[in-house]
Design a protein around this ligand. Structure first.
Ligand SMILES: [Zn+2]
Ligand SMILES: [Zn+2]
Length: 146
């Protein structure tokens, strides 16, 4: 769906701006849910600063928490891993990003499409990283795999 070509000159102040940007993406399935991908290994805190490796064409991504270095694949990315390089902002070259996933859930229960978006922590540029077509899996099954 060529998400990586969308919105490359838009910037956001924080991860909420990234969420709302995902909800307004055009030329793709409507995004009804936006989930910030923080690290779940820090108790009540969910750090959002990440490095990410992603292959836009293959629809795979892995993020690495800046604070604890825990690596989490997006959905089944490990099964289809293509060993892409670490992503860097096209505006400023920074590799640290905040990440959010936009989900297309036409019936409110089953996910059909997932888009991964990033906000550069240096210059704020919002970028579409990759997208994955999901075979109508229940939302409850997709959310833990993001
Ligand atoms: Zn962490
Ligand atoms: Zn940047």
């Amino acid at each position: 769906m060529a998400l990586q070509h969308l919105g490359s000159d838009v910037t956001g102040e924080d991860v909420e701006d990234l969420r709302s940007w995902l909800s307004r993406l055009e030329g793709c399935p409507p995004v009804s849910e936006q989930v910030v991908l923080g690290c779940g290994r820090h108790g009540d805190e969910r750090p959002t600063w990440m490095y990410v490796e992603t292959d836009a064409a293959a629809g795979v991504a892995r993020r690495r928490c800046l604070a604890c270095a825990d690596v989490v694949p997006l959905l089944d990315s490990n099964d289809r891993w293509t060993h892409p390089p670490m992503w860097a902002c096209r505006g400023c070259g920074q590799s640290i990003v905040e990440l959010a996933a936009g989900l297309s859930v036409p019936d409110g229960e089953h996910v059909e499409w997932v888009a991964l978006g990033a906000r550069c922590v240096e210059c704020g540029r919002l970028s579409g990283l990759t997208d994955v077509v999901v075979d109508r899996l229940p939302l409850s099954q997709v959310l833990p795999g993001l």
